[in-house]
Design a protein around this ligand. Structure first.
Ligand SMILES: [Mn+2]
Length: 431
């Protein structure tokens, strides 16, 4: 019987990067800078408290290829804490922190093992002089990596759990981040647990042996990394393996959709009051155990407000943002309204009936919905948009072929386009 192992799987620490929000408040700004570091420190605290056997980091330890002195120093110090507790770290380099031939800026403690770039590295893990696991991995040698190295993660011994560390998008059409599929990984029967990195949301792709798991980033840094963030505590035991997601973030990004269709005047006092009511409702429901929530408000619906948005949208948004920040930024946990996105549109009388009775608009809606649900159509559209889209991202690995847009924003854009075109149809009909 294979010996049981207990380890932490994390990835995409992106040390050296920070949460970006618009603020002039120094203390808040400092908290935003520290959050990414805090999240890694929490992982180390947990590792020591729960006496794990080892720590796995599946790439992108550092945010930048050139490394940051502060980030490297911090990483070294945290690994040193693990060393004092006899816990080893096994890691690969990803697209953000490809392998440095000349070594890291500081010497890493001797409990840190980095996988090689040219071949698969295999490390044996011992506990009380007994072999308890084997760890296989290969690092990126550059910012993009098209080798399908998963094939070479082989071992002729299945007496212990074999864990494969790999940084991949799991997209066979993307040559930049190890172009492979889930079935590819399943086809390699040497590996019991695929410890993946690269995708910043936590996802369990296969929940039984061989496990395929993305832990996600430990602290979200922008709205594309919204929701709860953390790492996996993994226990592999014959017939009793289990995964536990543990949260590590200080700040959580959230989208709040607010439908304005019941607002039937153009009074800004009413408008602000309405938004405050919605924010209060949100705040009442959320956990108070973290430092704060960074909010994007998305205004939706067909509304009378459109009449003043049409002329003064920017002024209204700016004033509302300021008002909401004043009202909520003293709370603990913090509620920070980082952005208001206006996706509402004009109200048209009897719109539902008009749409229902117009076969042309109905066809159009059906056509647009195909882009929402059909993955092939979706990725084709994103790729085409990518060629003309000059994405603003903090990453170094901007690839013009890749449209840097998260799915939710994509869906929001689509539905706004749909509404605008329907408005246009209806107006022209009336002429
Ligand atoms: Mn990453």
């Amino acid at each position: 019987m294979k010996p049981a192992v207990k380890f932490i799987h994390t990835a995409d620490l992106h040390l050296g990067s920070r949460i970006k929000i618009n603020t002039n408040n120094d203390e808040l700004d400092k908290n935003m800078l520290n959050a990414v570091y805090n999240s890694f420190e929490k992982i180390i605290d947990y590792a020591i408290e729960y006496k794990i056997d080892f720590l796995i980091i599946s790439g992108d330890i550092f945010d930048s290829e050139s490394r940051s002195v502060k980030a490297t120093r911090f990483f070294v110090n945290q690994c040193e804490r693990l060393k004092q507790n006899d816990i080893n770290v096994y890691l690969i380099n990803g697209n953000h922190d490809p392998y440095k031939n000349e070594g890291e800026l500081f010497n890493l403690p001797t409990n840190v093992y980095i996988c090689d770039t040219e071949d698969v590295s295999t490390f044996e893990v011992y506990k009380d002089d007994k072999l308890i696991a084997r760890i296989l991995g290969q690092s990126y040698r550059a910012k993009s990596e098209n080798r399908k190295m998963y094939k070479y993660y082989t071992t002729n011994d299945q007496d212990v759990y074999n864990i494969g560390i790999l940084h991949t998008q799991l997209d066979p059409h993307n040559d930049n981040y190890v172009p492979i599929t889930k079935s590819d990984l399943l086809s390699n029967t040497n590996i019991d647990y695929w410890a993946l990195g690269h995708i910043h949301n936590n996802k369990v792709i296969n929940d039984k042996n061989p496990f395929i798991v993305y832990p996600g980033i430990p602290q979200g840094r922008d709205i594309g990394e919204d929701g709860k963030k953390g790492f996996y505590l993994v226990q592999l035991k014959p017939n009793k393996s289990k995964l536990k997601f543990i949260e590590t973030y200080d700040y959580e990004y959230r989208r709040i959709k607010i439908n304005l269709s019941n607002i039937n005047d153009t009074n800004l006092t009413e408008f602000n009051y309405f938004l405050e009511e919605k924010l209060d409702e949100f705040y009442k429901k959320v956990s108070k155990d973290i430092k704060g929530y960074i909010i994007r408000i998305i205004l939706t619906g067909r509304t009378k407000m459109y009449e003043i948005f049409e002329e003064q949208e920017n002024d209204i948004i700016e004033d509302t943002l300021e008002n909401l920040r004043d009202k909520y930024n003293k709370k603990t946990p913090l509620l920070w309204v980082n952005k208001i996105e206006n996706r509402s549109t004009k109200s048209i009388e009897n719109i539902d009936e008009i749409i229902k009775e117009d076969p042309f608009i109905n066809d159009f809606i059906e056509f647009m919905n195909r882009y929402k649900t059909n993955d092939k159509k979706k990725s084709k559209l994103k790729n085409n948009m990518g060629k003309i889209w000059n994405a603003k991202v903090d990453n170094e690995d901007i690839d013009p072929k890749e449209f840097q847009i998260d799915d939710q924003t994509f869906q929001e854009l689509l539905s706004q386009v749909k509404k605008d075109i329907i408005n246009e149809f209806i107006e022209r009909r009336e002429l």
